[in-house]
Design a protein around this ligand. Structure first.
Ligand SMILES: Nc1ncnc2c1ncn2[C@@H]1O[C@H](COP(=O)(O)OP(=O)(O)OP(=O)(O)O)[C@@H](O)[C@H]1O
Ligand SMILES: [Mg+2]
Length: 610
């Protein structure tokens, strides 16, 4: 590493300081540092006072004794007062960051498009973001309240030694430079050799949290014993290499640190003794040098540990910084405000690919589609064809590689996503409910724009009951009605009930005026319902849609979309080399059945005859 590189501030530290600390936290940090510096000065001043006292003792001068004693007590008192201030600032600093940090990280996380976060090389999930918070928390604390104060102490101690005698100062400085050099080298050694071990630990942590969340799956498969065995094996695997690295490290860091530290102590104290005997250094100064150097020795040992800890944590921060500072292609807030009475949808030669390891794999190619406002569209096609990806384009989960997505004639890229989505009602193929009441879950999708309409609790309750009824959920079956908590990830609901709750949430949003949804996107909304329930729920949904509401619904069960105005068929890209377009629109399932052999196969397999 060149000097220039070394002097450049660490990008991860800079990211923490500039982005993850509030203005107030930075001010408090600087104040804390100022106090720490003053405190370090005081710690050096104590031996000075003691030195004066000892001078008085050796020379039997009462006045010097009194001055030394008073200085000592005064230093202690000032120290206590400053310590109290420091703790107060420290407390206020942590309180400040306690609310700011999660907020700063969440806003970076939410601003990324979904495609950034699901890419295999980034793999950022909620658990990862949570651990980033802990890492940053630790770095900030260690840096501001340990490392920087340690350095301040070292600087003052060297100054104190130099004050007694320049040569002694030079020896102390040499010791610090050498010790820091070896300390860094040892830390880098551990860091590089432990990297695979730590990566292993991280994989293991993800795995554990996956298993813990999949408790039902484990129980139903009856594989507790097998998984416990795997837990054991994976821990062993994760631990591999750890022991060896530490053994070598301790041999180097602990033993050699002691040897270096002792050698320099002997050298320095030898010289000190000589200088005292030669009357070139007073007893008072000797005491100052002795205490200062002892401080340096202990601080440097701690500094190595602190720096290693920070280095480890910064390595994790690095991984997240990569994704959380990558420029976003668009922000969900920027763009023109969207308002609409009706929504039409148009795709113009849209191409889309997904990240597949190192490469991008095309999923949709040259898709053109025009859906008039108020049309009800059924989307069908084999699993994995790209139906959900198509839906994702409409909510702008990602932008297409090329081509244009238009909502009511506007290029989606020019609109503020936030204002567009308040006119949508989205029922996703996969989504977990929240550990909240039924009512809380219904209200989740209502953005702050609509909060004003929710002040009348009576009408909210009525709307909630009405929405649940339309989705085929009877709230009175639950012990506390709509105020029943449905448990972590909705565990107290059946799969079908979870889906109905999502449909009810769409009804709930539809029932709100005036910002009710004008476009309903439903991806397999009734896949977990029996045919009879599905029929009722679908009828209610279609009836509930005010005239002019556009509906796009993906379904595998063809009866679900039998009554739609149009049918869109999505073919897997791999089956498109015959020159026909990947996505086609048809007047009915019967028409599609007549022209599309792949669809015929699907329909026949279901015994569905349009
Ligand atoms: N986050 C992702 N990262 C990488 N590839 C993805 C991602 N999401 C989907 N894919 C891939 O994109 C392709 C289309 O997926 P999509 O979910 O759109 O299929 P689908 O038609 O909705 O299928 P299904 O009927 O099973 O829901 C699939 O091959 C899938 O592997
Ligand atoms: Mg899908």
């Amino acid at each position: 590493m060149s000097i220039k590189q070394r002097l450049r501030p660490d990008q991860n530290l800079l990211f923490i300081w500039q982005t993850l600390m509030s203005v107030r936290a930075r001010t408090l940090a600087l104040r804390a540092l100022a106090l720490v510096l003053a405190g370090s000065l005081l710690i050096i001043f104590t031996p000075y006072a003691v030195g004066r006292f000892i001078n008085g003792l050796t020379n039997k001068v009462v006045a010097a004794l009194v001055v030394g004693g008073l200085l000592f007590v005064g230093t202690e008192v000032v120290g206590i007062v400053m310590g109290w201030f420091r703790h107060r600032i420290r407390e206020r600093f942590f309180q400040e960051e306690f609310w700011f940090l999660p907020q700063a990280i969440s806003s970076l996380y939410f601003a990324r498009p979904l495609s950034f976060l699901t890419e295999r090389d980034s793999e950022i999930d909620g658990g990862g973001v949570e651990s980033l918070r802990d890492k940053v928390w630790s770095v900030i604390g260690t840096y501001i309240f340990q490392i920087v104060p340690s350095y301040a102490m070292v600087v003052f101690a060297i100054t104190a030694c130099s004050y007694a005698n320049l040569w002694l100062g030079a020896v102390a400085l040499l010791y610090v430079v050498i010790e820091r050099y070896f300390g860094r080298r040892d830390n880098t050694y551990v860091q590089s050799h432990l990297k695979p071990v730590i990566d292993g630990f991280k994989r293991w942590e993800r795995r554990m949290s996956e298993w813990w969340n999949a408790i039902a799956h484990i129980k139903y498969q009856g594989v507790e014993t097998k998984i416990l065995g795997q837990v054991h094996d994976e821990v062993q695997e994760a631990l591999k290499g750890d022991d060896a690295v530490w053994r070598i490290f301790f041999a180097r860091a602990i033993v050699l640190h002691r040897v270096r530290s002792l050698s320099f102590a002997i050298l320095l104290y030898g010289a000190l003794g000589y200088l005292v005997v030669q009357n070139q250094v007073s007893i008072a100064s000797a005491v100052l040098v002795f205490f200062s150097f002892e401080r340096v020795r202990s601080v440097l040992g701690d500094l190595n540990d602190q720096q290693r800890e920070v280095q480890f944590n910064l390595a994790s921060v690095e991984k997240y910084r990569g994704v959380l500072t990558r420029p976003v292609p668009f922000s969900y807030q920027a763009g023109d405000t969207f308002t609409a009475e009706q929504i039409s949808v148009a795709l113009d030669t849209v191409c889309l690919s997904v990240q597949d390891g190192e490469e991008r794999r095309p999923v949709l190619r040259d898709v053109s589609l025009a859906i008039a406002a108020g049309q009800r569209i059924g989307i069908v096609g084999p699993s994995g064809a790209g139906k959900s990806q198509l839906m994702g384009l409409l909510v702008r989960a990602t932008d297409p590689d090329s081509g244009t997505v238009r909502i009511s004639g506007h290029d989606l890229r020019t609109l503020s996503q936030e204002t567009v989505l308040r006119y949508y009602g989205v029922i996703m193929q996969k989504s977990d409910p929240f550990e909240d009441t039924i009512l809380g879950n219904l209200m989740f999708g209502v953005s702050h724009f609509d909060a004003d309409h929710l002040t009348d609790t009576g009408s909210v309750t009525m709307l909630a009951h009405e929405s649940l009824r339309k989705a085929g959920l009877d709230a009175s079956l639950f012990p506390q009605g709509i105020n029943t908590n449905i448990g972590y990830k909705g565990m107290r609901l059946s799969g079908g009930q979870q889906q109905r709750l999502q449909i009810a949430a769409a009804h709930f949003k539809l029932g709100l005026t005036p910002d009710r949804p004008r476009l309903i996107l439903a991806d397999e909304p009734t896949s977990s319902l029996d045919s009879l329930s599905e029929m009722t729920v679908m009828e209610h949904l279609q009836d509930a849609l005010p005239d002019g509401t556009t509906l796009l619904m993906v379904a595998h069960r063809l009866s679900t979309v039998a009554n739609m105005d149009r049918i869109v068929f999505v073919r897997p890209l791999a089956l498109c080399d015959d020159g026909r377009p990947q996505v086609t629109m048809h007047r009915s399932l019967a028409e599609l059945y007549a022209v599309e052999p792949l669809f015929r196969e699907m329909a026949d397999a279901q015994g569905f005859r349009p």
